[in-house]
Design a protein around this ligand. Structure first.
Ligand code: ADP
Ligand code: MG
Length: 622
């Protein structure tokens, strides 16, 4: 039954509108905002909800011994309190297993234990919290702030995630939202959100870059925008490159040049460095940033600051170059670079990017708010509050496929394909009468399954008994707009089908993704040879299997003793060569065996025709 929506005439337009927000769930800070597209004054269209006096809400949670939980500004105030545990940067471990966690930098004085399903749990005074639970506390806090300021309950939210977040990290984010009672309209990639914020404001079309330089991470995405259609062409980044690294370098310089600082804790020096850094963006090139600490004047000339940070900025520019290369665009095709993240407030970044990439650098929208801004616009679009409709396309960070016989990875959707997408490939069985097929879903660029990441597996059962190669099995890969993958396999003659939504117990970090891509580039030649070898082994085994089955059933009957021996000798040579790791030799043996047994295949065919027509009248046959 369908219901017609009948509007209540006593309600104003505003009351009928859904209350939806965009949430930038950041590593260091989060924002929650709503978008009024009808507002005439552009600057007033975005309303950012504040926690105390700031819209930048620290993504931190504090838990005391009695189990009292504080989030945001109030949690920050508990930083130095005793008997209180302080949890920050939880986003870094979202969707990771206990083992994965060890390979990333998650600097916290926390007690982490290996819990259920191999997930890391934070032990706080004998209570255990998963990353999803901690993240849900932050989301609940954002929800509460927005609801209490509007005096309305929230209908839905668009939440942003890094473009490189894999399936598990996205699912974890969705679960956190579910736990906090937020209806997720969509997960949106952070750079896409930034693009959306600018796309609606200006009439720009063409290809551009989102340069997101935050506190701990650096992300680049190359996008194209045409008549309201956004497409992420490629992404790259470094999970351990951000404002924090600048603070470290500056701290070492300060300790070397202002000796009294040697007696200070490093964290205190870092605080001084951070404050000098943040104030330097508002002064002229020939001036100094200064601060007085315990009656000592600390002075940082802007020229020296630039010299110190140059190597870090160069690292970001190299990553940009690589992302452009991956997008397959020529550098001249890029029109704009959008600046996102607090660290892009460093003034020379704009100038350097303009000179290096010969394009226009956009920083009109506050780099702290631009992601939340885009998410709020998208939320408004999805809720139907806005008449325009924008289709957003994102890109797959690593290729996806399935394992085929011989441990080979057959790609179904290749890396950097825009999503959402649905693709199908057809497969068949390897053995006669094979009734089951194991579908192992793999992620990665390499040719062999053992070098890829297995995301999950399922079995397609009840395949009707047919000769090898007979059944047609359609494998469908579908990735929705949130980047979540579902795989189904259907045997087409019977329509039997099996299905899996990928929710593996652990995921990949961006560093893993970069490593896997690099490994695949470095080993492309070796992989091709290995693939060739594996294919020849699979083909060899198929020939051996088929011939052995035939010899068993009618070899003695149709072949003389000599003929039988020649074929079994050749069969033996092929069997031996299969272990040789020499694809040329295997192929040679396959060819020889096929040649030697040609006459036998012919006899078998004649024989089966004979037995088919035996005892039948001509009318039965034609
Ligand atoms: P994240 O995306 O990691 O949550 P943000 O985008 O909020 O991080 O950026 C935080 C970083 O921005 C910090 O390292 C902070 O020192 C830096 N930052 C903020 N303002 C300035 C400024 N004026 N100059 C240089 N860096 C700044
Ligand atoms: Mg950010």
């Amino acid at each position: 039954m369908s219901l017609l929506q009948i509007s209540d005439p006593s309600k104003t337009n505003d009351e009928l509108k859904k209350f939806v927000v965009g949430i930038d769930l950041g590593t260091t800070n989060s924002l929650v905002a709503t978008y009024y597209e009808d507002c005439d004054i552009f600057d007033d269209r975005l309303k950012v909800y504040k926690d105390n006096s700031s819209g930048l809400i620290p993504s931190v949670v504090s838990i005391d011994q009695s189990g009292n939980i504080m989030v945001g500004v109030e949690a920050v105030n508990n930083l130095d309190k005793t008997n209180t545990t302080y949890i920050s940067s939880i986003k870094r471990i979202m969707g990771l297993s206990y083992q994965d966690m060890k390979s990333i930098e998650f600097i916290n004085d926390l007690k982490i234990i290996n819990g259920k399903n191999n997930l890391p749990y934070i032990d706080v005074y004998n209570n255990r919290y998963s990353a999803v639970e901690i993240s849900s506390k932050i989301l609940s806090h954002l929800k509460k702030i927005a609801e209490s300021q509007e005096n309305k309950s929230l209908d839905g939210a668009v939440i942003t995630v890094p473009a490189y977040f894999n399936d598990v990290q996205r699912q974890a984010t969705k679960n956190a939202a579910k736990l906090s009672g937020i209806n997720v309209l969509r997960l949106l990639n952070e750079p896409t959100a930034a693009a959306l914020a600018y796309g609606l404001e200006s009439e720009e079309t063409g290809s551009f870059i989102v340069y997101d330089f935050g506190g701990g991470t650096f992300d680049v995405s190359v996008l194209s925008l045409e008549k309201g259609l956004f497409k992420v062409l490629s992404t790259d980044g470094d999970t351990n490159l951000g404002g924090d690294d600048i603070d470290n370098i500056l701290s070492y310089w300060l300790i070397d040049n202002f000796l009294f600082l040697k007696n200070y804790k490093f964290s205190k020096v870092k605080e001084i460095a951070k404050s000098l850094k943040e104030s330097i963006s508002s002064i002229n090139d020939d001036e100094c940033s200064s601060i007085t600490i315990d009656n000592h004047d600390i002075v940082l000339p802007k020229k020296i600051f630039h010299e110190l940070i140059n190597p870090i900025l160069d690292r970001t520019f190299n990553i940009v170059k690589n992302a452009i290369f991956e997008s397959k665009l020529a550098p001249a095709d890029i029109k704009n670079i959008i600046l996102v993240g607090g660290s892009t407030r460093i003034k020379c970044i704009k100038e350097l990017l303009t000179n290096k990439f010969k394009c226009n650098v956009l920083n009109d929208i506050d780099p702290d708010k631009v992601v939340a801004h885009g998410a709020a616009i998208q939320a408004s679009l999805l809720s139907g509050n806005n008449k325009e409709n924008i289709l957003l396309l994102d890109v797959l960070p690593l290729s996806l496929g399935i394992e085929t016989y011989g441990g080979l990875a057959e790609k179904i959707i290749t890396r950097n394909t825009p999503i959402p997408i649905k693709l199908r490939k057809t497969f068949t069985t390897f053995k006669d009468g094979q009734s089951k097929l194991l579908i192992n879903v793999v992620q990665g660029e390499r040719e062999l399954v053992e070098d890829c990441n297995s995301l999950g597996e399922f079995i397609l059962k009840d395949i009707p008994s047919m000769v090898a190669g007979g059944p047609r099995i359609d494998v469908d890969f579908q990735i929705d707009a949130d980047g979540i993958l579902s795989v189904s396999a259907t045997e087409t003659t019977t329509g039997n089908s099996s299905f899996i939504e990928i929710k593996p117990s652990y995921g990949l970090t961006e560093a893993d993704i970069t490593r896997m891509i690099n490994e695949s580039n470095n080993s492309a030649e070796v992989d091709v040879q290995l693939r060739k070898l594996n294919e020849s082994i699979v083909e060899g085994k198929r020939v051996i299997y088929a011939l052995e089955q035939a010899l068993k059933s009618d070899g003695k009957e149709l072949l003389s003793k000599d003929e039988f021996n020649i074929i079994t000798d050749k069969l033996q040579s092929l069997k031996l060569s299969i272990t040789s790791e020499d694809s040329v030799l295997i192929e040679k043996n396959i060819n020889e065996l096929e040649k030697e047994s040609e006459f036998y295949v012919e006899r078998r065919m004649n024989n089966s025709i004979k037995s088919f027509i035996a005892g039948k009248g001509i009318d039965d046959i034609l």
